[in-house]
Design a binder for this molecule. Structure first.
Ligand code: ZN
Ligand code: ZN
Length: 570
């Protein structure tokens, strides 16, 4: 049987197909606008790269060679790989692959969000636990820490350590942009992905809420802002969209597409030399110094941006500090496409904007000044940040971890090292013994590596806490760097409720002061503030949070005492 197709039907079908094609072309997310060449010669050399990448070293799907090849395709000069870890693996040496400098770093999981660390060597014990402790450890070990995906809607990824003084802040997390997008928006971008990958991802972007949060941190001190990719090239097809849980996944969005969406420009004193170690040092040093801005390359290309200032005889670029007492001049130069703006903020509040390529601002007020370059949004009204720079800080001081002194002026109750109240707690497999000497009381332990137990070893003191005491203090040292958990325990109906504060010890004597109010609930049973009145045991615990299975250690305590503030006499 012959199927007769009328000429009219054919013409109709062709017309329909043409309309569909035109509609598709119109709806396709646009290619990057071409930005005009700058009318000035940039004074600072920049290197283009991407921070926050996962490989097969953790939950990414690409090898480091595949990542480097994708980076080369995207025109990057460096990548900073941040596979998940606890920093006990020595980072790989920097190396050029496919012409791209690969810098190895680590993304550490705390109990309150993730903290990426650059320039960190091999840690002497697993870095984990509360955010404030991981932040402190990364700083002590000479690393530069960056809070990643701080405002993630996922409870276990959102940052909770806001009281800690972090070095850096990831105001854009590329992975979250599409992973947290609503399904209709995701589908709206997904169909265009095979045709225009980077623009399809970029079509999901909105002004990140985390920029405002970064600004609020800047009001109290220096914090370097970074855009991160969080590239995994992994999209789980089951059990939600988490990279961790799903074993069935597609390798999308690709590393190359993600690398083309947004990247960093790091300001360098001289061009990269092709000596991997030296170049990596220069890039990490520039990021530490805040000599870095981020560009949403998928919106417009090629970006140029320079933020400089002078005042009080000092010259500054983004990340630097000017003295606060003198009037100063700031200048931002960039090359936004037609309709774009340069916007200057002080402590998060807009102070000046120009619809031009050159902004000059004369000021005399201290604060953190940072610039953004905006271009008209593709959808709807308003503007998208195309370039986001780091601040020039005017006046003020570098933040210092100057803790408010704890009031210990009142009565003190000492625990005698010779007293019978001292004891040992441990799992059935981990040897641990009490050590007593003229120097104090301590513990020698080895955590078992037997797989069938959760190992721990603890020095304990069976005692109540004298009424009115507000904390515990002691002098401590250990045979090697270690982090212990100081715990207070209340036993009711055979169940132990515990509150803890983790502390760092090493070979030199350290005076440790722990207000009970700073202790947090540990384990599943306790919650809220510590129930100090009912405490029966104080413990110094080595467990797998910060101590490797199979490792040994020894620590010694002296001058263990409960303290209280002086009560003013009426
Ligand atoms: Zn993370
Ligand atoms: Zn990550």
């Amino acid at each position: 049987m012959r199927v007769r197709v009328s000429k009219r039907a054919l013409v109709g079908a062709a017309a329909l197909a043409t309309v569909a094609a035109v509609v598709a072309l119109v709806l396709l997310p646009p290619l990057p606008t071409s930005a005009p060449a700058p009318a000035w010669a940039p004074a600072i050399t920049t290197a283009r790269g991407v921070f926050h990448i996962h490989t097969t070293g953790s939950d990414g799907t690409g090898t480091i060679d595949e990542v480097a090849a994708a980076a080369a395709e995207a025109g990057l000069q460096f990548v900073i790989v941040t596979d998940h870890g606890n920093a006990t693996r020595a980072p790989d040496q920097p190396v050029y692959r496919s012409g791209v400098l690969c810098i190895d770093a680590v993304e550490i999981s705390t109990t309150g969000g993730h903290y990426a660390a650059l320039g960190l060597g091999r840690a002497p014990y697993p870095l984990a636990g509360e955010p404030r402790d991981v932040v402190e450890d990364v700083r002590r070990l000479g690393g530069f820490g960056i809070v990643t995906h701080p405002l993630s809607p996922k409870a276990d990824l959102a940052w909770l350590g806001w009281e800690a003084e972090v070095d850096g802040f990831e105001w854009l997390n590329g992975d979250s942009v599409w992973r947290d997008a609503t399904l209709p928006r995701l589908l709206g971008a997904a169909w265009a992905y095979p045709l225009r990958a980077a623009p399809a991802i970029a079509s999901l972007y909105e002004r990140p809420r985390a920029i405002a949060r970064w600004d609020s941190l800047l009001r109290s001190g220096r914090v370097v802002g970074l855009a991160g990719a969080d590239a995994h090239a992994r999209f789980g097809l089951r059990e939600g969209r988490e990279p961790y849980v799903s074993r069935v996944f597609v390798r999308a969005p690709s590393y190359e597409a993600v690398f083309k969406v947004a990247s960093l420009r790091v300001g360098l004193p001289q061009p990269l030399t092709r000596n991997a170690a030296r170049d990596a040092d220069a890039i990490v040093a520039a990021i530490r110094a805040g000599h870095v801005h981020a560009v949403l390359d998928a919106l417009a290309a090629t970006a140029f941006f320079e933020f400089a200032g002078k005042g009080g005889g000092v010259a500054a670029i983004e990340g630097d500090r000017l003295p606060g007492a003198e009037p100063f001049l700031l200048r931002v130069r960039s090359n936004p496409p037609a309709g774009g703006w340069i916007v200057l903020f002080r402590d998060g509040v807009e102070v000046h904007r120009v619809k031009a390529r050159d902004l000059v601002y004369a000021g005399d007020r201290p604060g953190a000044y940072r610039a953004e370059v905006w271009i008209p949004a593709r959808r709807g009204e308003g503007f998208m940040p195309w370039i986001v720079g780091n601040p020039i800080y005017v006046g003020g001081r570098e933040r210092q971890a100057e803790a408010v002194p704890v009031d210990m002026s009142g009565p003190v109750v000492r625990l005698d090292p010779a007293d019978a109240l001292w004891g040992v707690e441990r799992d059935a497999r981990s040897p641990a013994e009490l050590e007593r000497s003229a120097d104090g009381v301590g513990l020698r332990f080895t955590l078992t590596d037997a797989a069938d137990v959760v190992p721990f070893a603890a020095l304990d003191a069976t005692t109540t806490i004298p009424p009115g005491s507000t904390g515990i203090a002691f002098r401590g040292r250990a045979d090697r760097p270690m982090r212990l958990s100081v715990q207070i325990r209340v036993v009711t109906a055979g169940e132990g409720k515990r509150w803890q504060r983790s502390i760092y010890l090493d070979e030199r004597d350290r005076d440790i002061v722990i207000p009970f109010a700073e202790m947090t609930a540990a384990g599943a049973l306790a919650s809220g503030p510590p129930d100090v009145a009912n405490v029966r045991t104080i413990l110094w615990v080595a467990d797998t949070v910060n101590t490797d299975r199979g490792s040994s250690g020894r620590f010694l305590l002296d001058q263990v005492r409960f303290f209280s503030p002086r009560v003013p006499r009426p």
